[in-house]
Write a protein that binds this ligand. Structure first.
Ligand SMILES: Cc1cc2nc3c(=O)[nH]c(=O)nc-3n(C[C@H](O)[C@H](O)[C@H](O)COP(=O)(O)OP(=O)(O)OC[C@H]3O[C@@H](n4cnc5c(N)ncnc54)[C@H](O)[C@@H]3O)c2cc1C
Length: 307
């Protein structure tokens, strides 16, 4: 294992005024690096995304999860750890998360993890969360985006909760901590989660630790902090492989995947019709009017405004 000894610029945050009794929180945020949707192409032979043809970004939904984690840390104190599973080329995107305000970052990377479906992905991430917990004295909360912009199944967060054996709430909008009268496992506190549902909202109360997915639109993700960039660029990202996580090899990667993508198709692009009109300004105006009448149908003029 490689361990990051470099200190975070601000250290573990102290709880905000009035929240000392209920904090702090160690929050793990799952971040996936995804190809930009408008640039991605499908490799029809391998039935995978051709990542090389597209620029990569932090999955937009995960930025909302990170923002929620940072806001909770600002309020209750504690730490925010980033966790991702993918190739080493994900590391620069974890650094962006560090520059946004996270304290440390972990990447789960091994050829054996490649081709994972949501079952194998959530298992591997769960092993990562457990190891982070062991290394750091425990975790309180795991936050995910509501779905990825490439696979878009929204199955990883509930799968993660199942592997970890902890409660879950999906599409969380607002999250706060409350004092709990009972529940030693929660250390005298519990989560209050508000989530929008059709026609209203629900308020859920959960013991800690728990897994939440954060509704896109729950907040406005902050821009990275330029003052943190030098630290983020140099910070050591902890990388764990299959051996470091002591995973069951039958549960990771393609081998551990219950589903396989049988076929993918590149959607056709709608072509915009274009007409070039040339002539004098008067001829162009007449020709344009003719085109507009044709579009409106039956050669009728456009309806006049009532005034
Ligand atoms: C076109 C396409 C279709 C696919 N179809 C399926 C399918 O039908 N069934 C299936 O099982 N798999 C499918 N996959 C594979 C799936 O994308 C991967 O298993 C992926 O790693 C996780 O699933 P997701 O992207 O759907 O994540 P989601 O469940 O949509 O992601 C929700 C959240 O989980 C977290 N998360 C997800 N993946 C990671 C990661 N690698 N690292 C850190 N956090 C993460 C993020 O916070 C994310 O916002 C498909 C992939 C592609 C590219």
């Amino acid at each position: 294992m490689q361990r990051d000894q470099s200190p975070t610029p601000h250290g573990t945050r102290m709880p905000g005024a009035g929240h000392a009794a209920i904090g702090p929180l160690h929050i793990v945020v799952c971040i996936k690096a995804v190809p930009k949707p408008e640039e991605v192409r499908v490799n029809l032979e391998t039935r995978t995304l051709d990542r090389g043809s597209a620029r990569t970004e932090i999955n937009p939904a995960d930025q909302h999860a990170l923002e929620m984690a940072l806001a909770l840390r600002d309020r209750y104190g504690g730490r925010v750890s980033l966790l991702s599973m993918g190739p080493p080329l994900f590391i620069p995107y974890l650094r962006v998360g560090l520059a946004m305000g996270a304290d440390d970052a972990y990447l789960l990377s091994d050829r054996a993890f490649g081709g994972a479906d949501t079952l194998a992905t959530s298992y591997t991430l769960a092993k990562g969360v457990e190891r982070i917990g062991r290394e750091t004295g425990g975790y309180d909360l795991v936050l995910c985006g509501e779905e990825s912009s490439d696979g878009a199944t929204a199955q990883v967060p509930p799968g993660l909760a199942e592997w970890l054996g902890v409660p879950q709430a999906m599409y969380a909008g607002a999250v706060s901590l409350e004092a709990a009268r009972s529940g030693a496992a929660s250390n005298g506190r519990r989560l209050r989660v508000r989530r929008e549902i059709k026609g209203g909202h629900e308020v859920l109360r959960l013991p800690l630790p728990a897994v939440l997915s954060v509704a896109t639109g729950a907040n406005v993700p902050r821009f990275f902090d330029p003052a943190r960039r030098p630290w983020a660029a140099a910070a050591h990202v902890v990388v764990w492989d299959a051996a470091a996580l002591a995973v069951d090899p039958t549960l990771v990667g393609t081998f551990g995947s219950a589903t396989q993508v049988a076929a993918v198709e590149q959607a056709g692009r709608a072509e915009r019709r274009r007409v070039v009109i040339r002539g004098t300004p008067a001829e162009e105006a007449r020709a344009l009017a003719t085109v507009i009448r044709g579009v409106l149908g039956n050669g009728q003029a456009a309806p006049r405004s009532p005034s």
